[in-house]
Design a protein around this ligand. Sequence first.
Ligand code: BES
Ligand code: ZN
Length: 853
Amino acid sequence: MSEQKTVYLADYRPYSHVVESVDLTFRLHPTATRVVARLSLRQNPARKDRDHLRLDGEGLKLISCKLDGQAITPAVDERSLTIAAHELPDGPFILETEVEIAPEANTALEGLYMSKGMYCTQCEAEGFRKITYYPDRPDVMSRFKVRIESDLPVLLSNGNPVASGEGWAEWDDPWPKPAYLFALVAGDLRAHSASFVTASGRPVDLNIWVRPGDEDRCAYAMDSLIRSMRWDEQVYGREYDLDVFNIVAVDDFNMGAMENKGLNIFNSRYVLASPETATDDDYYRIEAIIAHEYFHNWTGNRITCRDWFQLCLKEGLTVFRDHQFSADMRSAAVRRIEDVVTLRSRQFREDDGPLAHPVRPESFVEINNFYTATVYEKGAEVIGMLKSLVGDAGYKRALDLYFERHDGDAATIEDWLKVFEDATGRDLSQFKLWYSEAGTPRLKVEETWDNGVYTLTFTQKNPPTPGQPIKHPKVIPIKVGLLNPNGDEVVPTITLEMTRAKQSFRFEGLAARPVPSILRGFSAPVVLDRKAPPEERAFLLAHDTDAFNKWEAGRALAKEVMADIALKGAPVSPAWLDALAAVTFDDTLDPAFRALCLRLPGEDDIAQTIHAMGRIPDPAKIHAARREMTGALAIRLGEGLSRLYKDLDDNAPFSPSAAQAGRRALKIAALGLLSRRDGGKLAASAFARARSMTEEVGALSALLEVGQGQAELVSFAARWGRDANVMDKWHALQIAHAEPAEAAAVAARLIGAPGFDWKNPNRFRTVIGALAANHAGFHHRSGAGYRLVADWLLKLDPLNPQTAARVSTAFETWPRYDAARRKLARTELERILAAPDLSGDLREMAERMLAAG
Ligand code: BES
Ligand code: ZN
């Protein structure tokens, strides 16, 4: 609402004061909570000047202010409380403020708010300033003591419990922390408890707190937590450091989860699971997010960020760690493929459009808008590249040094790279470009075969991005293996280190011209531009020993086929059909891998590919092409599909294991194709017999895709109508499978239905996100998709700007399309910008997106 200023990395200065300790007292009340904050302060010796004291504060009603016990009247405006330098004592002093806030009226879900009768907080990135006056920046770390007064039975905060009685509880966190890691929860909650003993013998009480009735759906989250704690000890040598670890599930939450010290707060959809309510994908996500937030205890909390420009220091690293964990818990190959699919569909998309920015941005308006795929996913890929370059042993030495040198610090990317330099003796100045330059490099490959010498020549192009016209060559680790024409590997994986714009690598002593397997494991986040005949792709799909590149060969082939159909009306390639049939029926391959091969590239992905070819994507044609390929595949796979389905349709008791999930995924892929042949008969019976949510959703999805499933939708709603997180699937499915011309109308009907709680971020994201993800529906030439999304962004923005701004990225690809669509999209973005009282969050996004076209 108030106009925002741009913040620059280059302007960083340490804070004027040190906060030795903080004592907070909360007298909870829905409309009039009192917060008393007692800060022990002294001047920061790192600052030579003698500055005033400026505390952040937003939406606070100041009741009183005392300096060393004397009432004073500080200068207060909409964003801060300031005490002039000459009014401050020379030595240490105590500042005590009392403010009043109204958690019940807090719809933005930042700061202290209420969700279904329960109090909870979300302070990252700048929410603590909505609770009390404080230097709300991550480099100000302090010891927090908290007293909560409330009649609610469960009162939680960070650290260890120290004392409690009727209507109150006190907590003490011995670890200095920035305010963004503060948390408080109060409610009528039940615990699912367990205990853990750390490697050095420290006992820890573990609790997952949920609303009464949900206790029996916490077992998987608890199991994931225990495995995460053990894994971090075994792989990184990191132990937990408090007597208790609490997790709370809340229904109203802007993000997935939050790593507050000793008191993680989770969106309930990433905690609660039972076979009847959670899909295999839900199980996977719960495990990964529990791990992610737990891992932050060391990468984020013990070592935090100096300022928000360094966000990737904690997020990129923690995503990298949770990927490693998932790879160890499940199939590493399947996880890598899935992670790359996500990287391309979210981060490459972002990097290729108006919102492109470096992994470490140099300026921002609203920090909440920089929790992006680039900071997270590309931030994790950059660490993966570092690890490839320095090797596993080098990585381990560097991380040990990082924890040793920076424990207790608020650190920077420079600090992070320095430990790698010191631990390995490498110069990382060129590597650092990955942090400062945006855009996805494109890698071209040429090969020559000459008298037994095989040469690969790579050329890298680093495209311009908004605000960064000039780019420099990056360090690119390219993992390569070579196969001979029989399909045997003649050169096992090696890492080529590319540092120049154009560079050649020679291989000698080969008996025959090899087939190269390039960028194994997706060793760098680049687009590999390499023309290859379909036969070579099919050959690699059949023979590559690198699971990622095996899959990638089929993926590249499918993309080419889809683009050819959409652009030239080409027929479905028999080479692709044959290659896929061979994989589908190869029982020696992991079912999960086969299921991944059967999942065709998404329509947005093809639009991105076509755009990169310098052509204009037509969403309707891409949609038709994908359908045509699925239809042709169903015919090509023929009777074998029924056999495959029967083989996989066993009666084993349910387990969320990756192995069983893989079988279910392949079974459902087969069911989807079979439905094209039998009009949904088998899917209808599969729905009726479903023994897990994965099967239920899989069957319903197969039915909707062939225009059936109306009765099943009704019975699903009758069964799950009271579980909003389950009903999200019901809403999403209908929009995902709607015909392009109908999608906006379907979404409008669902979001506008009486009783639909669109103010809840999960509900809003489900419906508007599903419409945005229906590529042909969102980009329908009528403009109905664009209009509906803009209408609802404008409706949500005054209540919850953070979620409105995040969902607005639906529009980030608009410059790709034809003039008529661009005009429609521009009209909607301009309409958003013209709204009175538009939030700073949504304004920044709309302005950046519009600047592109
Ligand atoms: N620190 C974030 C949560 C967060 C993000 C708070 C943005 C405030 C603003 C947390 O660790 C996180 O990254 N959560 C992710 C899930 C994770 C598995 C990538 C999320 O919430 O999406
Ligand atoms: Zn995180």
